[in-house]
Design a protein around this ligand. Structure first.
Ligand code: HEM
Length: 304
């Protein structure tokens, strides 16, 4: 994909969600926290990444609501999928990013298709003639009709399961390559609200809840890798692998406190899905590069 697809994607996001100075084009509303990652012994066997050799490393975490609307109600249906972005501070001073959300799979497989989906949404308001652009798009992209339904409002940003959606590759010290998808599962369990209850909650109930919760007790997530088997597609984020696929415990994420100056802190943060480390690589999934380009364009505009 060329740079213009990313520019066009951000343009449509700005049309759909409005332009908001200093804010992300998508996942505009969020809260920044701090914590640490402790690797498991199994992780060191499946990947040579220094992240998995220990000891624990600091992590900066940003939880978010979907859309580029910075004032969206946390309980709104459109605030799904909620997101979690992580920046691991590796022992050699380098950083590694992981950016996940609550979808089980993505509505489309490529950056061009995502731009076209957003464009179709923007052309399909209440007065649009039927069949609308969105109806026509969904007719040829079945996952676009169903993916959104896989993410629902949690009782807390710390009580949601977040998925990698895109495939990446773990590389061990012998050069063995294992395609996988990240999964972050709250140790306390996922807790989803009934949709009507979510809609009635205070507009900031999720963002306001996380700080006091962490001040009382850390929130922990199991960090899992779902392992692909031969023949499982790695280049199509619309196709989840069967639940029966083996998962390996990579370690534990412990979220310990919200930062005092979240609004300032999030401005300087940029999480890139392809910012990895030796021992974890991108797959042939075209969305990873599409995302990296779009995030860079969004960062450029919000930094002006
Ligand atoms: C072509 C597909 C996608 C596009 C074009 C896209 C676009 C964007 C953009 C423009 C941002 C704002 C970036 C910034 O200003 O820093 C963003 C943020 C985010 N996206 Fe995506 N996205 C895509 C797919 C995904 C997928 C598959 C996931 C999760 C698996 C995801 C999760 C997130 C999260 C969690 C954030 C917030 C990051 C933060 O807190 O800074 N996105 N996305």
């Amino acid at each position: 994909q060329d740079a213009s697809t990313a520019e066009q994607t951000i343009d449509v996001m700005n049309t759909l969600f409005g332009k908001h100075a200093g804010k992300r084009a998508n996942h505009a509303k969020g809260v920044v926290a701090e914590g640490s990652f402790t690797p498991s012994p199994e992780a060191a066997k499946i990947s040579k990444a220094s992240l998995f050799q220990g000891p624990a490393v600091p992590v900066t975490i940003r939880f978010s609501d979907a859309t580029g609307v910075p004032t969206i109600s946390d309980g709104a249906a459109n605030a799904n999928p909620h997101g979690m972005a992580l920046k691991f501070k590796l022992s050699d001073g380098a950083e590694m990013d992981v950016v996940v959300n609550a979808l089980a799979y993505f509505p489309v497989a490529t950056g061009e298709e995502f731009r076209d989906l957003l464009k179709a949404v923007s052309e399909s308001g209440p007065n649009a003639q039927k069949p609308t652009a969105l109806e026509r798009f969904v007719a040829t992209h079945p996952a676009a009709a169903t993916a959104g339904k896989t993410a629902k409002t949690p009782s807390s940003l710390a009580r949601q399961t977040y998925n990698g959606v895109n495939a990446f590759i773990l590389v061990d010290k012998d050069g063995q390559r294992q395609p996988f998808r990240f999964k972050f599962v709250p140790v306390e369990g996922e807790e989803i609200l009934p949709a009507d209850e979510a809609a009635k909650r205070d507009p900031n109930f999720l963002m306001d809840e996380i700080g006091p919760r962490l001040a009382k007790e850390p929130a922990r997530f199991r960090v899992l890798a779902q392992l692909a088997e031969a023949g499982d597609p790695t280049n199509d984020a619309t196709k989840p692998w069967p639940d029966s696929r083996k998962t390996v415990e990579l370690g534990t994420l412990t979220v310990t406190k919200a930062v005092p100056n979240s609004a300032e802190a999030e401005k300087a943060l940029l999480f890139m899905p392809n910012a990895l480390t030796d021992g974890i690589e991108v797959s042939d999934d075209p969305l990873i590069d599409a995302r990296a380009q779009a995030y860079a364009v969004s960062f450029g505009r919000r930094s002006q």
